[in-house]
Write a protein that binds this ligand. Structure first.
Ligand code: SAM
Length: 255
């Protein structure tokens, strides 16, 4: 996995820092997208760059046969801790640019800006080509990306603090966006409170790349996937100019 996608110790606090994300509503949207774009409920679903497996488990609980692929052992370790007794997902530690499955799947999801972690166009192309390779003909590929608006106006060179006072976790987050390359570097410093009220600190650097919709459509087409739609949210509305995330639907053409 490239350094930009490094999720090391951050995995320990990842779910706490992202606690506000509503994966129940997100999974409702995914199921509505299955109905709208392919008119069927896929049996096997791949959650690509599944991270700590919040979407993977939500869909497993709804009866899908889930496969989760991620390149970070630490993120997958957190996902494995969530294991329940029935219908457990199959987790594979692999790179999203050249993953291999045991067979094809009816849908591939890639949630929460994971495509932006691929910092070269050739990486995105390789990832899309692998998705096409393992999608059933007519199968759905649903992913989201951070929009150019988010890179330019929200990430920018801004600094943020995320905190969970009850759990004693604080994350300082300094961005540095280079408009020319489209790369945004995030310097994260996390403080975790110990039982004696002292704090441990660790730092992690991540990097994401801005992709325009035209570029993503070009890369989808080049990998043999058919672009279907770009949405601004779970209500299937077209994205506003200041949308921070695009939800993009594509499909492997039926044969
Ligand atoms: C922002 S997290 C999203 C995780 C999950 N999809 C979610 O909804 O919480 C991005 C994930 O992409 C993974 N990742 C980044 N680059 C990767 C690569 N080249 N191959 C596989 N996984 C990668 C990271 O390990 C991390 O789990």
């Amino acid at each position: 996995m490239n350094d930009s996608g490094a999720y090391g110790r951050l995995a320990e606090v990842y779910d706490t820092l992202n606690a506000e994300l509503d994966y129940v509503a997100w999974a409702d949207f995914v199921e509505a997208a299955f109905e709208r774009y392919i008119g069927r409920r896929p049996e096997i679903v791949l959650d690509l760059a599944c991270g700590t497996g919040r979407m993977t488990y939500e869909l497993a609980a709804r009866g899908y046969d889930m496969i989760g692929v991620d390149g970070s052992a630490e993120m997958l370790g957190e996902a494995m801790e969530r294991r329940v007794s029935i219908n457990n997902p199959l987790y594979l530690m692999q790179d999203m640019r050249d993953f291999e499955l045991y067979g094809s799947v009816g849908a591939v999801l890639c949630c929460l800006d994971s495509i932006n972690y691929l910092t070269e166009e050739s990486d995105v192309l390789a990832c899309f080509a692998a998705v096409r390779n393992y999608l059933d003909p007519g199968g759905l590929f649903l992913f989201d990306v951070s929009t150019p608006y988010r890179f330019e106006h929200i990430f920018a060179d801004n600094a943020y603090v995320l905190e969970d006072e009850e759990k004693g976790i604080y994350c300082g987050w300094q961005n540095s966006f280079d408009a020319e390359s489209g790369l945004c570097e995030f310097l994260l410093s996390v403080f975790e409170r110990n039982d004696d009220n002292s704090y441990d600190r660790f730092d992690e650097t991540q990097c994401e790349r801005l992709y325009t919709l035209d570029k993503l459509r070009e890369l989808l087409a080049a990998s043999g996937l058919e672009y279907i739609d770009c949405l601004g949210g779970f209500d299937f509305a077209a994205p506003a100019d200041n949308a921070d995330r695009w939800y993009i639907a594509a499909r492997r053409p039926a044969e």
